[in-house]
Each structure stands twice: as C-alpha cells, then as structure tokens.
Design a protein around this ligand. Structure first.
Ligand code: 3QA
Length: 229
C-alpha cells in the first residue's frame, strides 16, 4: 500500500497543501510536526522541514524510516536561473546537486565527495506523471537541474557560479539533500518548485513578495499530481 510523503521547507510551502485535507492527525517528533491525512484511500504524511539541507535531510529520513513512506514529493519555491523561468513559473527537477559542497582543494569537482555523485536523478516515473498532468491542465512547466546550497542566493556572482558550474536552471536550499536521502533509501522522489525570485540583487525583496503566491502555484500542481498516483 503506497504511503506518500509530501515535504516543504517552510510553513508557507505546506499550508496550501494542508488546506486540501481535513481530519489531520499531528505527530510531534524530533522538534517537528508531521501531519497525517488520508486522501482518496491513500495515506499521506505532510511536513515542512525548516530551512536548509540538514533539516531537510532529517525530515526526509524521518518520513521514510519512521512513517514508512515509500514515495516522497517535495513542493516549494526556488530562485530562478534559467531566463525562461519567470516568477510563479514551475520547474520539475530531473536531477539535483549541492552547489556549496566543495573539496576542490583535493582535485574533486564542485559538488562531489567520495562515495557520492555530483548529480542525483529524480524518479522518471513520477516526472512522467507530472508532465502528463501539466499537459492535461495546460500548465507551462520546465524540466531541469536544481542546485541546492545552505545559503539564500542574492547576488549575480553566486548565481553565475552556480549556473556555469552545474548548468543549473533553478536553486534552493533543500532539494539535493532530500535527493541523497531518498536515493540512498531507494525511495522514488520528485521535486517541484515555483519561482519566487531571480536569486540576484533583488532576490530578498521578490522572495518576500512572491513566496506565498508561488508556494500556492506549486501546491496546486502537486495536489493534481497526487490525484494521479
Ligand atoms: N534566492 C534563493 N536562494 C536560495 N533558496 C531560495 C528559495 C527556496 N527556499 C526558500 C527559503 C529561503 C530561505 S531564507 C527565507 C527567509 O526567512 C524569513 C524568516 O526570517 C529556503 O527554504 C529555500 C527561493 N529563493 C531562493
């Protein structure tokens, strides 16, 4: 029996998801709250991890190991890199990397440590379902590379480094850590983000203005995807 984990990083990213469900059971664990719902006969666990790779790894591992979820979906916002991505636009990750993981001093490429890989690929099956849903709903969605790091990127210099080093289309602070956890635990996962800013000088202003509306864009699309699982 499938049990689905739906994750965000910030409360604003899961609020629009929780709004679709009633009879929510709250489980408190490891300084966080996990919201259990039943939706059309499917058990779902929803949580926001809090910001950054460490919190996201803890929540992803908890949803799999403690709550026994066998599919993990991430919904949230991101900084846009690909100029085709405007604020509010949707991106599905085909692969993710960690732009701030750096042992280049030893000759390794950016984003690589021994035993790991620069990129982790998401579930092709889940991406196909998502793209079918986008087509059915005439949603304009880009599929691309998402770079993750423990920093809010708000400079063209850092944005350009991430783009040139990883050919990334968008950036955020949690996806690649969720990818490593799910890949290591053999759980299919899917990362969906809506653009809230352009990760350059004005990113903090745009982020504050568009966080809520972009989070809703992502959540509304995510619910349609869940309906197809
Ligand atoms: N340009 C950018 N750089 C990196 N990540 C992102 C993302 C994706 N999410 C949003 C959130 C930003 C963390 S700071 C939020 C401010 O907190 C406000 C409370 O004080 C974190 O969970 C990553 C959108 N634009 C980004």
């Amino acid at each position: 029996m499938t049990k689905i984990a739906i994750m965000g990083a910030m409360e604003e990213e899961i609020e629009p998801l929780l709004a679709h469900f009633d009879n929510v059971n709250i489980v408190e664990f490891a300084n966080n709250k996990y919201y259990e719902v039943s939706y059309k006969g499917v058990e779902i666990v929803i949580a926001y991890s809090k910001i950054g790779k460490v919190f996201a790894s803890l929540t992803a591992a908890t949803m799999i190991e403690k709550f026994e979820c066998d599919t993990l979906l991430f919904s949230g916002v991101a900084g846009g890199i690909n100029p085709k991505l405007k604020i509010g636009d949707l991106i599905i990750a085909d692969k993710l990397c960690q732009h701030d993981l750096d042992i280049t001093a030893f000759g390794h490429p950016n984003g690589f440590v021994p035993g790991g890989s620069v990129f982790v690929e998401t579930s092709e099956k889940l991406r196909t379902i998502a793209k079918d849903v986008a087509k059915e709903n005439e949603l304009n969605v880009i599929e691309g590379t998402i770079a993750t790091g423990d920093q809010f990127v708000h400079s063209s210099e850092r944005k350009d480094f991430i783009e040139s080093t990883f050919k990334a289309d968008a950036l955020e602070m949690e996806g690649a850590s969720v990818a490593v956890v799910c890949d290591s635990l053999n759980v299919p996962f899917f990362v969906l983000r809506a653009i809230s800013d352009s990760a350059d000088g004005g990113a903090d202003i745009d982020f504050d203005e568009f966080l809520k509306s972009s989070a809703i864009n992502s959540a509304n699309y995510m619910i349609k995807i869940v309906d197809k699982l």
